[in-house]
Design a protein around this ligand. Structure first.
Ligand SMILES: *Cc1c(COP(=O)(O)O)cnc(C)c1O
Length: 408
């Protein structure tokens, strides 16, 4: 199956669906069993079935199965938000005394999270670039994971997964990739050596800007050496499913960051048009970036532009698709604000991956809790505007940005 076909046919819903074309919405908290004995079996993983939506729900499972199939993973776990998914992945692996190598180009909330994790004895080492050389040089015996975004939001730096995953393999460290901005339309990180993929499915996967959610996909290939990862010992018997079993039976279930069935349903509907939307959004983003590049008073950053330092990698790794985020520098914070306020077809909003174009000034919003140095290392300057390009007609978008820029 090619991509758009697989969005519709990769994971059949195997419930009692009466021929429903979409997995039905099971908007319930609990599932009654025919007997006390049966409920005992379900609770103890001795029988398939559902007991309580925090632990499992058929609509949520249907979403998880579709994402796992789409990413080529052995299992997926859905969460209440992208941040919940990132937190669950990290805490499923790391314990006090552990260290993690992370890129400076991360989403602001994720940088904040690494700050919070210090209180639990987990130390993040920020690398200006996640490369084979940097990972190899920085890894020590306490390094238990590498965490990076594939296309940084909003730095728009691109990671060479084939070489970074080689460094991780040599050091026996799992590579965790936040692929929110790339989406499975552009790349399957698991096929390029990543071990675990996370998405804020609030973004392109949902696509309509109507539900907050996150999802974790495990490739099942990482060998959890129980000497280095002692908390995996009780799960070693699950072989390739050790990571997902540990998550489901432990931290994810007990911290309670489950996905609501309604939001899972909205994601399933959205996911079916991911290919169409991304094709359009990426195409629009490239044309808009080319337009910005033709102007003298605007500096543009987009990985699929030949002027980007990531152009070659975007061609080879991402089949030339640069994603749907473009950043521009307007010259000053005042100019950035004026420009944003003059645009008619872009909402000033903190989100990406909506069908409509959104703009934000990251320095005063998403990165307001970060230090000046963290902001600059994340590619966020005082005059940076992040544009999440939507599906509007490109001529309208270009005309709109042209008049807004001329108003400066
Ligand atoms: C939005 C975003 C997140 C956080 O996801 P939420 O669903 O808002 O919790 C994490 N990583 C990236 C790259 C994002 O864009």
């Amino acid at each position: 199956m090619k991509f758009n076909t697989s969005l519709l046919h990769n994971a059949k819903f195997n419930g009692e669906d009466r021929g429903a074309t979409l997995p039905p919405l099971y908007q319930v908290s609990a599932f009654a069993c025919e007997s006390a004995e049966q409920l005992e079996k379900v609770f103890n993983n001795k029988a398939a079935g559902f007991s309580y939506t925090r632990v499992g729900n058929p609509t949520v499972s249907a979403f998880e199965n579709r994402i796992a199939a789409l990413e080529g993973g052995i299992g997926a776990v859905a969460c209440s938000s992208g941040m919940a998914a990132i937190t669950a992945v990290l805490l499923n692996i790391l314990r006090s005394g552990d260290e993690v190598l992370v890129s400076t180009g991360l989403f602001g909330g994720t940088i904040d999270l690494f700050n919070d994790l210090k209180a639990f004895g987990i130390t993040a080492h920020f690398l200006e670039a996640i490369t084979y050389e940097n990972v190899t040089a920085a890894a020590n015996e306490n390094t238990k994971a590498v965490f990076t975004e594939l296309i940084g939001n909003p730095k728009l730096d691109v990671v060479d997964l084939d070489s970074v995953s080689k460094a991780c393999k040599e050091k026996g460290i799992p590579l965790i990739v936040d692929s929110t901005t790339a989406t499975p339309y552009i790349i399957n990180p698991l096929k390029h050596g990543a071990d675990i993929v996370v998405h804020s499915s609030s973004k392109y996967i949902n696509g309509g800007g109507n539900s907050i959610s996150g999802v974790i996909v495990d490739g099942g290939k990482f060998k959890w050496d129980i000497k280095r990862y002692p908390s995996f010992e009780p799960y070693a018997k699950f072989g390739p499913f050790a990571f997902v079993s540990k998550l489901r039976n432990g931290l994810w279930r007990n911290t309670g960051g489950c996905l609501s069935p309604f939001n899972a349903f909205m994601n399933i509907v959205g996911l079916e048009t991911l290919g169409l939307r991304m094709e359009r959004c990426c195409g629009n983003a490239l044309k808009l970036a080319e337009f910005f590049e033709s102007l003298d008073n605007i500096e543009v950053n987009y990985p699929a532009l030949p002027s980007s330092p990531y152009y070659e990698l975007t061609q080879s790794e991402l089949s030339g698709k640069g994603g749907a985020i473009v950043t521009i520098r307007a010259g000053s914070k005042e100019k950035a604000f004026k420009l944003m306020d003059s645009i008619e077809f872009a909402s000033v909003a903190t989100n990406i991956g909506d069908v409509r174009t959104l703009v934000i000034h990251p320095a005063s919003t998403i990165y307001t809790h970060n230090t000046e140095q963290q902001r600059i290392s994340a590619g966020v300057y005082d005059d940076t505007i992040r544009i999440s390009v939507g599906i509007e007609d490109i001529d309208d978008l270009i005309e709109d940005f042209r008049q807004a820029i001329e108003s400066l």
